[in-house]
Write a protein of this length. Structure first.
Length: 386
């Protein structure tokens, strides 16, 4: 039985065993909206995840009030006697939309879809989230030493030398690498993956599709951005300053035919950087507020350890699709949306991961991600920078 302020897990069974050797097994629903809290009337979903300095696992879910007014909450994950995630304990709020760039006349405001990464070179946590601005979504940043007190840094900015100034575009799904990486020019620094929408909103409410110069695929795709480590060490506010960004991956498979987007922040494995991402298929209805004919599914990419702009492997078929009632029915139907990841060793599975994901934009589920015992068939891919 759940106690006040907690949510109990509801077990569901489903396994995906693709030929690649990667698999995801559902462990259950661990959070549903509190019917007595109007701040959660439209859902608790899409949580960032990070281990605190106390060793506890904390989630940072988006909680949505009526009218799509979103806050980012804090919760502690509760584990059962077998050591598996079983529910959450609500601990309050990390961010509420109070900054000017988090406010808008449509919903009132929004801090949405957090991802949290511990940056080892800076010894701090960085949260990327979607700020629902007057001109649409933008990637915003906040930092913390303890996961409970957060300092806003503002929106991502793009240096004049970037091939595209994505500050003018809608942008979502910021995923920081936790450690130093090397860019395509051989320079070491910090990096994040992001998903520009290729849409530019005007103050009059009109939105225009503007495909960046040199980009031949107009579908939303993943880009990799690089930042200066030295500048960030001197002043963490430099984490908002992108010095270079290039196309990383475009939709390839039928399960991601509409677009792809970021999921969980990269984590290092024996095969390389692991990124769980989402792909969307189905029928896109232009102008519709709710896209009920789309399907959000999840797959994985493996990026080269030294050169993460090289894709060594990506899913040809999804590992997780919306098939359970909690994933099919909700505020937005047919959605599994991965946002948090936690490495949790088990007997016989020392490198296994728990993936926390949004279910139909209403609830939070968790699935066990297992890596293959032997390397999958690599197919190294590198998109020529535009």
């Amino acid at each position: 039985m759940a106690v006040k302020g907690q949510s109990a897990a509801q077990p569901i069974d489903a396994d995906a065993e693709p030929a690649s050797g990667f698999s995801m097994q559902r462990l259950g629903v661990i959070a549903e909206p509190n019917p007595n809290d109007p701040r959660e009337a439209w859902g608790i979903l899409n949580p960032g995840a990070a281990r605190g300095r106390d060793g506890q696992l904390y989630l940072f879910p988006r909680v949505v009030a009526e009218g799509n007014f979103s806050r980012i909450a804090i919760a502690r994950v509760l584990f059962n006697a077998e050591g598996r995630p079983a529910g959450i304990e609500r601990l309050g709020y990390a961010l509420e939309p109070i900054a000017p760039y988090e406010r808008n006349p449509k919903s009132g405001g929004g801090c949405e879809d957090a991802r949290v990464t511990y940056l080892r070179p800076l010894d701090l946590y960085v949260m990327t989230y979607t700020a629902y601005t007057l001109l649409g979504p933008r990637v915003a940043l906040a930092i913390s030493r303890d996961l409970f007190t957060w300092q806003r840094l503002g929106l991502l900015h793009f240096a004049p030398g970037c091939p595209v100034d994505f500050y003018c575009y809608g942008d979502k799904d910021g995923l920081f690498f936790p450690d130093v990486v090397t860019d395509a020019h051989g320079r070491q620094g910090l990096a994040l993956i992001h998903r520009p929408t290729y849409r530019i909103a005007q103050a009059d409410g009109t939105v225009h599709l503007v495909v960046p110069p040199g980009v031949t695929d107009r579908r939303q795709s993943l880009w990799i951005a690089h930042l200066s480590l030295e500048k960030a060490q001197a002043d963490p506010s430099a984490l908002t300053w992108v010095e270079d960004t290039h196309l990383l991956a475009v939709p390839e498979q039928p399960w991601e035919s509409i677009k792809i987007g970021g999921g969980t922040p990269p984590v290092m494995t024996r095969y390389g950087w692991l990124v769980v991402y989402h792909g969307i298929s189905g029928q896109l209805v232009e102008g519709a507020h709710l896209q009920e004919r789309l399907r959000y599914a999840a797959g994985v990419m493996i990026l080269d350890k030294q050169h993460p702009y090289r894709i060594l492997y990506r899913s040809t078929a999804p590992l997780l699709t919306p098939k359970e009632p909690a994933e099919r029915d909700g505020i937005v139907p047919n959605v599994v949306f991965p946002t948090g990841i936690d490495q949790r060793p088990e007997a016989g599975d020392p490198e296994g991961f728990d993936v926390y994901y949004g279910m139909a934009d209403t609830r939070i589920g968790v699935a066990r991600l297992r890596l293959p015992q032997t390397p999958p068939p690599w197919h190294s891919q590198q998109i020529t920078p535009c």
